[in-house]
Design a protein. Structure first.
Length: 297
């Protein structure tokens, strides 16, 4: 195991140990749960939960007991582990995730900048037709039973190879733009960080939220000739390459609809920094068009 892997492992275990010292914040019945010595303590339950593989639960439990040299003549039962696991609050693992990331010191940068890539993906989970928020019904004529799914949004450090933030959404309420904004608001302010994303994140509200945090972004947008493109509304050249610095005064005042230098936003268009007390917001960004070998931008 290399030095960095050891560092990551030790940092994770330190975060778990600190949570164990304050486990009343992470159990459903403080003062009662994990109060008696058992085969699996608070830290064991968490370590097993994040390290178990794809084998049967009883096999994984035996392997964990051997690996961790737990002092017990009898193996840990499946029901015993499940009972222990159910004592944890639902947000326990989320707290561990953020505690661990706060402790990790990012050493790798690109010209001094931290690179965070954002994307979302659907993830199938166990089938439960009663969970209407995640269940997709099957087609009776094909004899399918349907499936359950969640939408996972994540920020991933491209140089440290680790996830620094995640947000889980119901597939029926999926909104990758709002998810990115939520994660951006949790990032440290005024850090040399570049957020990288594809065309699904082309919104003025995302640009403004990243600007407000004092961070930077590289987001692919639709070409100037595409419908619904931010670039297409900025009177930019429709051919060739360009590199333009843009400054816009965002507003919901309709009288500025066609005024140069202003961008009118309808009330239906989400934007977090306009209200009755703040009718204008200045947004600055750089937009670059690069021609591909097929001649398209």
């Amino acid at each position: 195991m290399n030095h960095y892997a050891n560092y990551v492992r030790n940092t994770l275990f330190k975060a778990i140990s600190e949570m164990e010292q304050q486990m009343e914040d992470f159990v459903k019945n403080p003062g009662h749960d994990f109060s008696r010595k058992g085969k699996m303590e608070f830290s064991d339950v968490i370590k097993f939960y994040i390290s178990s593989g794809s084998s049967a639960l009883d096999v994984e439990l035996c392997e964990y007991a051997d690996r961790e040299k737990l002092n017990s003549e009898l193996p840990i039962s499946k029901s015993g582990y499940i009972q222990k696991r159910n004592k944890l609050k639902p947000d326990t693992m989320e707290n561990l995730f953020h505690s661990f990331n706060r402790k990790i010191k990012s050493k790798k940068t690109f010209q001094g900048y931290e690179l965070l890539a954002c994307d979302g993906a659907d993830q199938n989970i166990f089938r439960d037709p009663k969970d209407k928020k995640t269940h997709f019904p099957g087609k009776k004529e094909r004899g399918t039973f349907g499936y359950n799914q969640l939408h996972i949004n994540a920020l991933y450090n491209l140089l440290d190879f680790r996830y620094v933030h995640t947000l889980i959404q119901s597939p029926y309420e999926e909104n990758e733009s709002s998810a990115l904004i939520h994660m951006v608001k949790d990032l440290p302010r005024n850090r040399k960080t570049i957020i990288i994303a594809d065309r699904g994140y082309e919104t003025y509200n995302i640009f403004a939220n990243i600007q407000e945090k004092g961070l930077f972004y590289l987001i692919r947008v639709k070409d100037v000739t595409s419908n619904g493109s931010i670039a297409g509304s900025l009177c930019l050249p429709s051919k060739g390459e360009f590199d333009e610095d843009i400054t816009l005064k965002m507003t919901r005042k309709q009288k500025y609809l066609r005024e140069k230098g202003y961008k009118y936003l309808a009330k239906s268009s989400p934007f977090d920094f306009l209200d009755s007390e703040h009718p204008f917001y200045e947004l600055s960004f750089r937009i670059v068009r690069i021609l591909l070998p097929n001649g398209k931008g």
